[in-house]
Design a protein around this ligand. Structure first.
Ligand SMILES: *[C@@H]1O[C@H](CO)[C@@H](O)[C@H](O)[C@H]1NC(C)=O
Length: 265
């Protein structure tokens, strides 16, 4: 996706992305009913409130062993046409907790705790966004998605093909069936670690998945769906959130994995 608009000039705005001990310190309101999807525990998992100019736009659970996110969670308000920035950032606090909260451009930076753009060079994989540019509701929000902690190696045909189509369909569906009723749309998008690695470092996910839940004024989930597809350019399957949770439990080998505390099915 990032090869489009290469000619575009982009200016880095003072961004920040804060590694927190717990999401709820800084970004509980990103999640439906304030409840994040299941958090994996272990030194390698870091909770990041993805912030730009002091505003939190989404949240990421990041895996510093695999150097890819587990998931990013965000609200969908409306889709606008944003410019694609082509400067990607990294999260300095993942290398050194003493560093400031600002995300910084990754220019020729090396890191053993997170992916950098160099790791993707000369590969046939895109830096696939989890929280997508397409669903961003402001330019700042779109800019905030260009951080490598929000990306994973994605088959480029899939990223620019069926996955993009799915993002568009979900946006249409939620606009028509959720936002039009002044309800609130919550989305979580994640990846399942696979067997291959890029440059012996970055895990190449076997699957990409996403799920949404639309909360009404009583905080009840009115509609929800889940989608999952292999990291290849096929249409992801459309299932219930319960089915997606069971399928992720099998793929991740977890006892229980919950995406939303309330669901419509
Ligand atoms: C997924 O399936 C549901 C139920 O059949 C349908 O209402 C919805 O439009 C489908 N969504 C997409 C993006 O295919």
């Amino acid at each position: 996706m990032m090869f489009l608009h290469l000619m575009m000039v982009s200016v880095l705005s003072g961004g920040s992305a804060e590694v927190v001990r717990e999401f709820r310190e800084k970004c509980a309101d990103i999640f439906a009913n304030g409840a994040s999807p299941t958090i994996l525990h272990g030194h390698q998992y870091k909770q990041i409130c993805q912030t730009l100019k002091k505003k939190v736009y989404y949240a990421t659970l990041y895996d510093t062993d695999n150097k890819i996110p587990v998931y990013s969670a965000y609200k969908f308000n409306k889709a606008i046409r944003c410019q694609r920035k082509h400067v990607w950032c990294i999260e300095p606090q993942l290398d050194n907790p003493g560093e400031g909260p600002n995300m910084v451009p990754d220019h020729s930076r090396q890191s053993s705790n997170q992916a950098v753009s160099d790791d993707y060079k000369q590969s046939s994989f895109d830096r696939g966004h989890l929280a997508p540019v397409y669903l961003a509701s402001s330019q700042d929000c779109a800019d905030a998605t260009f951080t490598l902690t929000n990306a994973a190696p994605q088959n480029l045909y899939f990223n620019r093909g069926q996955w993009r189509i799915l993002e568009e369909e979900i946006a249409k569906e939620l606009t028509k069936r959720c936002l039009s009723k002044k309800n609130t749309a919550y989305i979580v998008t994640g990846v399942v670690p696979g067997k291959d690695k890029l440059k012996g470092k970055l895990n190449v996910p076997s699957h990409f998945w996403t799920a949404y839940c639309c909360l009404d004024h009583n905080k009840e989930c009115q509609i929800s769906r889940g989608f999952i597809g292999k990291n290849r350019n096929f249409t992801p399957i459309n299932i219930t959130v319960n089915e997606l949770e069971r399928s992720l439990e099998n793929l991740y080998k977890f006892k229980s994995f919950q995406l939303f505390s309330s669901k419509a099915n």
